[in-house]
Design a protein around this ligand. Structure first.
Ligand code: ATP
Ligand code: MG
Length: 558
């Protein structure tokens, strides 16, 4: 069906677990975003994996918001994330969860750790804590508060919850091992005081559980069997296991890590994407240059093309950089088959056919897809005055220029052969204003009965029938492949030419009927998508999704 069946190590783990009877109730995964920004293409990899494995093995996948940081989280992100996951084609059914709904249970888990003597209330400041923590080469030092009696810890923790202390004055720490080689096990903080209202829990809490504590216990509360996450959490797994092993949880999830997606010429970090949006470097989260799912959607990518991309990049444990063109391949492969063909001229040059009767017009048949007759045909109006693309004409053309030049003959797609007889120029600037041509009436439909051949076929529109439109052409958001890898400030690597807006495009009349998000191939120019926000019937706006690689290559352009 697609290449999602290429096997990978997570699939092997799951199959082995099923074969060994370790998941009697079926496998259960989750996608756990923090609602502090919009989803990007890296998240799509995690979504396709979590939902994909659940579907493939008749299991379940939850959508859970890991919302433990009241400072950065917002309901608008919760809504946008749900819309994006649904758009990508996945369904969490009735399993929409929020870690913030577990705050009471998490508090009880913390109390249980204290009662077992496995957590204590510390009064070290954040800075002191860092000093006591040691380094990779030096062991840490026990906090002077580490041996507080259980009863005192319980009392202090309850009073922390009751709001008796200031932010940062006390914290609750797991009592593990200050000399552990893995720094995550050196008595990590599990609760901190933050007098910040939470976007869902409101002012109910002034203490908040830390991410590591919340994440694994939320998985356990949801009976997740396979907790799939990116590699940076590998060092956190022993801590994850420590919490699960020391608490009476309803299930025993296992964490497995995979390499996150790194994509060239962009950044995949919500923190950085927030900066681009808030700093006005792009036109919002859904700017078509952004690697966000909403940006890719607005640009014209289909959910299917993004799923194909995720299947093709595979799943490994090694950090790799994926070439930006992989995404373009996925959408080209799809639209090459599915997108109807249309004609539009981005930078118009006027052509007058001198021997065509002044008030005559005619309708010519054009295939909606040259390789797929089932997509039918349409009729395009033709008349005495036409527009072609400016760069399809050259006055002093080299021999290999197979387009229009003085004295040369070309085919107008689905129409006639024309020959350029005269070039009209602006006297002052020398700019080419208009071409005077003649047509051969015997070549209607684009073939000469005498078998005469022409080298070039041009797209065109009829002046009287064409409609004005705006085209937005995109290039890579960054000018360098790895903007956040070098010494330079990553924002200084933005590509100043990433957006070009053309306001004088002309489109064939049929295109004015397009609906927002409808995709077309503009012959010889690329795949375009009617903008889902700005499209108006009397002001059509098209985003170029990708160029047509082959015709660009032929024209010697990028
Ligand atoms: P960001 O750095 O963009 O903020 P994050 O990991 O902090 O990413 P979360 O909302 O916590 O964002 O991510 C939700 C899930 O998506 C996590 O399980 C995370 O591992 C996964 N994820 C995030 N970025 C990528 C990526 N580039 N490739 C694959 N998975 C990713
Ligand atoms: Mg994260």
């Amino acid at each position: 069906m697609n290449n999602s069946t290429t096997t990978h190590f997570i699939r092997k783990i799951i199959e082995d677990d099923i074969a060994q009877g370790r998941c009697p109730a079926g496998i259960h995964t989750r996608f756990p975003p923090e609602p502090n920004g919009y989803l990007h293409i890296g998240h799509a990899k995690a979504i396709c994996l979590n939902f994909g494995m659940a579907t493939e093995y008749q299991g379940k996948c939850n959508l859970r918001f890991d919302d433990t940081n009241p400072e950065k989280e917002d309901l608008k992100y919760v809504e946008a994330i749900q819309e994006d996951v649904r758009w990508l084609g996945f369904d969490w059914e009735d399993r929409l969860f929020f870690a913030s709904d577990y705050f009471t249970r998490l508090f009880e888990f913390a109390v249980a750790l204290i009662e077992q003597g496995k957590a204590y209330v510390d009064a070290l400041s954040a800075e002191q804590m860092r000093e006591y923590r040691g380094t990779l080469t030096e062991p840490g030092v026990d906090s002077p508060y580490r041996e507080r009696p259980v009863a005192e810890n319980l009392d202090l923790f309850r009073r922390m919850k009751a709001g008796e202390f200031a932010d940062g004055e006390l914290s609750l720490r797991a009592k593990i091992d200050m000399r552990a080689p893995n720094l995550n096990l050196r008595d990590p903080v599990i609760y901190r005081i933050r007098r910040t209202p939470h976007y869902r829990a409101g002012a109910a809490w002034c203490i908040y559980p830390m991410y590591d504590f919340t994440h694994c216990l939320s998985d356990a509360l949801e009976h997740v069997t396979h907790s799939l996450c990116s590699l940076e959490f590998e060092d956190h797994r022993p801590l994850y296991d420590w919490f699960i092993d020391n608490l009476d949880t309803p299930a025993r999830p296992r964490q497995y890590e995979f390499a996150r997606l790194n994509l060239e010429y962009t950044v995949l970090s919500k923190r950085k994407l927030v900066e681009l949006v808030e700093g006005g470097y792009v036109r919002g989260w859904d700017d078509p240059r952004m690697p966000t799912l909403s940006g890719l959607r607005r640009r014209g990518f289909t959910p299917h093309s993004l799923r194909t991309f995720c299947a093709r990049i595979g799943l490994t444990k090694n950090d790799t950089w994926i070439d930006a063109s992989m995404l373009e391949h996925a959408i080209r492969d799809e639209l090459g088959v599915t997108a109807p063909r249309r004609m539009a001229v981005l930078r118009p040059l006027k052509v007058v056919i001198d021997n065509y009767p002044d008030d005559q017009e005619e309708l010519l048949d054009a295939a909606n897809h040259p390789q797929d007759p089932s997509m039918g045909t349409r009729q395009i109006p033709f008349g005495k005055v036409l527009y072609i693309e400016q760069d399809d004409f050259m006055e002093d053309a080299p021999r290999k220029f197979f387009r229009l030049a003085p004295g040369r003959e070309v085919r107008l797609r689905y129409a006639y052969f024309i020959t350029c007889n005269e070039v009209i120029k602006d006297a002052a600037s020398g700019a080419v204003l208009e071409l005077r041509c003649s047509y051969d009436p015997a070549t209607r439909g684009g073939n000469a009965p005498d078998g005469r051949k022409v080298k070039g076929t041009l797209h065109w529109v009829s002046a009287r029938h064409a409609q004005l439109a705006q085209a937005r052409l995109y290039d890579r958001l960054f000018a360098v492949a790895n903007p956040d890898q070098g010494k330079q400030d990553w924002k200084s690597c933005l590509n100043p030419a990433s957006l070009e807006i053309l306001d004088d495009c002309l489109i064939e009349p049929d295109l004015t009927q397009a609906a927002p998000e409808q995709r077309f191939q503009f012959e010889r120019l690329g795949y375009f998508c009617a903008d889902r926000q700005d499209w108006q019937p009397d002001h059509p706006v098209f985003n170029r999704i990708v160029t047509l690689r082959d015709s660009w290559a032929k024209m010697g352009k990028r």
